[in-house]
Design a protein around this ligand. Structure first.
Ligand SMILES: [Zn+2]
Length: 394
C-alpha cells in the first residue's frame, strides 16, 4: 500500500521514500514506493512527472492499492530515493483542477446544470454539462467563478465517512466507497475528489472559457486557467494582430471583413470561370487552325500557358465539336494538368494515352476512351507534349 502524501499535503514538492517493489510497464522499468507525492492519472487529472534520485519519472499509474512510477532508469528494491516533483507542471494541473471545481460549482449554483465529466488536456480542459447552456449564461457563470478566484478563498481538504458525507451538501454523489476525501472551496463548493488543488483560489489567477458547444444532449465547455489563460491570450493576440494587419481593419471588424473577402473571392472565381469558357472558344479555334491533319484526323497536341485543368477541359470540349480530332492539352502551372480527348469514331484511346503519360511523368488521373484528365505530372511541358505527339501520331 503506497502512502499518498499529496492526499494531505498537496503542496509537497520533494520527499524521501524507499523502493518496495520493481516491475515493468509497457517495456519500461517501474517502481513502487512506500510513500509518494507523485499524483497518478485519475479523476480527469494527468500524472505528475519529476525524478526519483537520478531516475526521471515519466508516468505515474494508479493501481488502487499502490502507485506505479514509470522511470527511465531502473532502481532496486530497498533503494532510498529523494523524490522531486516537476513543480511547474503540477501547478498547472492544480490551477486547472481547482478552476474546474469552481466553474462547475458556478454552473451548478446559478443554472442547476450539473457537470457530468471533466477532462484536462494538454492545451485546454473540458467539462461536460448535463444540459445545453446559452452564451449569456456561460458568461454569467464565468464571472461568478472569477469573483470566487479573486476573493482568494481558502481551499481545504478533509476526510469524511460515507455516513457523514451523506449529510453534507456535496455537489455530486460520490462514486467511491469507504472514507471520502472532500475538497472545499470556502462557502462555494464541496466535492469528493482525490485530485491535487491549490491552497487558495487566488492562485488560479483567471478562469477563461474558450468555447461552448452542444454535446450529447448537453454542452461541452472548454476552459483555461492560470498560466494557460495567459498563453491563450497571447496566442489569440498574435492571431488577431496578424489578421488585422493582413486585412487593414480593427479587431472587431474582422468577422465582417473576412466575410467580405470570401464573397469577393467567390464572385471572382465565378467571373474567371465565365471568362475562361468564353475565351476557350477563341483559343480552340486558333489551336485547330494550328493542328496538322494526319489520315483524315486533326492531331491537336499543345502546351497552353495560364490555363488550369477546368480551362483545359473547356477548350478541349469546344474543339471536339469541330470535326474528327484527337486532342492532348498540357498546362504550364504546377501541378501540371493534362487533358486527352478525341471525337467519335477516331481511333485514339484517350484513357490509354493518359496512362502512358502518367507512367512516364508521374501524377494521377483517369477517364474514358473519349476523355481523360490527369494532374500532378512532373517534367518539362514541352517534353510531355513531345511524348504525347508520338502517342497520337501527330
Ligand atoms: Zn476534482
Amino acid at each position: 500500500m503506497t502512502e499518498r502524501i499529496y492526499y494531505t499535503e498537496p503542496a509537497c514538492r520533494t520527499f524521501e521514500a524507499t523502493v518496495t517493489d520493481v516491475t515493468e510497464h509497457e517495456g519500461a522499468p517501474a517502481v513502487v514506493l512506500d510513500r509518494t507525492a507523485f499524483y497518478p492519472t485519475s479523476g480527469g487529472q494527468p500524472f505528475d512527472t519529476g525524478r526519483l534520485g537520478t531516475a526521471d519519472v515519466i508516468n505515474a499509474i494508479d493501481e488502487g492499492e499502490r502507485v506505479l512510477h514509470v522511470v527511465r532508469t531502473p532502481l532496486s528494491v530497498g533503494d532510498a530515493v529523494h523524490g522531486v516533483i516537476d513543480w511547474p507542471r503540477r501547478v498547472d494541473h492544480m490551477q486547472q483542477h481547482t478552476g474546474q471545481h469552481i466553474l462547475s460549482a458556478a454552473f451548478d449554483r446559478l443554472l442547476d446544470n450539473r457537470t457530468m465529466s471533466f477532462h484536462m488536456g494538454g492545451e485546454s480542459s473540458t467539462i461536460d454539462l448535463a444540459r445545453e447552456v446559452s452564451p449569456g449564461d456561460v458568461e454569467r457563470c464565468v464571472d461568478e467563478a472569477n469573483q470566487v478566484v479573486w476573493e482568494d478563498r481558502p481551499v481545504t481538504i478533509r476526510f469524511a465517512s460515507p455516513e457523514e458525507a451523506s449529510r453534507l451538501p456535496l455537489r455530486k454523489e460520490p462514486v467511491r466507497e469507504g472514507p471520502l476525501r472532500l475538497i472545499e472551496v470556502t462557502d462555494f463548493d464541496l466535492s469528493a475528489c482525490g485530485g491535487t488543488h491549490v491552497e487558495r483560489t487566488g492562485e488560479i489567477g483567471l478562469i477563461g472559457v474558450t468555447g461552448a458547444e452542444k454535446f450529447r444532449g448537453g454542452a461541452r465547455v472548454s476552459f483555461v486557467c492560470g498560466g494557460r489563460a495567459v498563453r491563450t491570450l497571447r496566442m489569440y493576440r498574435d492571431a488577431v494582430a496578424g489578421s488585422v494587419r493582413a486585412l487593414s481593419v480593427l479587431p472587431l471588424e474582422l468577422p465582417a471583413a473576412i466575410e467580405r473577402v470570401q464573397a469577393e473571392s467567390k464572385q471572382a472565381r465565378k467571373t474567371i470561370a465565365r471568362l475562361q469558357s468564353e475565351l476557350a472558344v477563341h483559343e480552340a479555334a486558333g489551336l485547330i487552325a494550328a493542328s496538322p491533319e494526319v489520315e483524315g484526323v486533326r492531331r491537336a497536341v499543345h502546351v497552353l500557358d495560364g490555363w488550369d485543368s477546368s480551362g483545359l477541359k473547356s477548350i478541349a470540349s469546344s474543339m471536339l465539336g469541330q470535326g474528327r480530332i484527337a486532342i492532348v492539352l498540357v498546362g504550364t502551372a504546377a501541378p501540371l494538368a493534362v487533358v486527352v480527348a478525341r471525337s467519335a469514331g477516331v481511333a485514339v484511346d484517350a484513357s490509354a494515352v493518359l496512362q502512358q503519360l502518367l507512367q512516364r511523368f508521374g501524377g494521377r488521373g483517369g477517364g474514358k476512351p473519349d476523355l481523360a484528365q490527369g494532374a500532378g505530372l512532373i517534367g518539362d511541358p514541352l517534353e510531355i507534349v513531345a511524348a504525347a505527339r508520338e502517342l497520337v501520331r501527330a
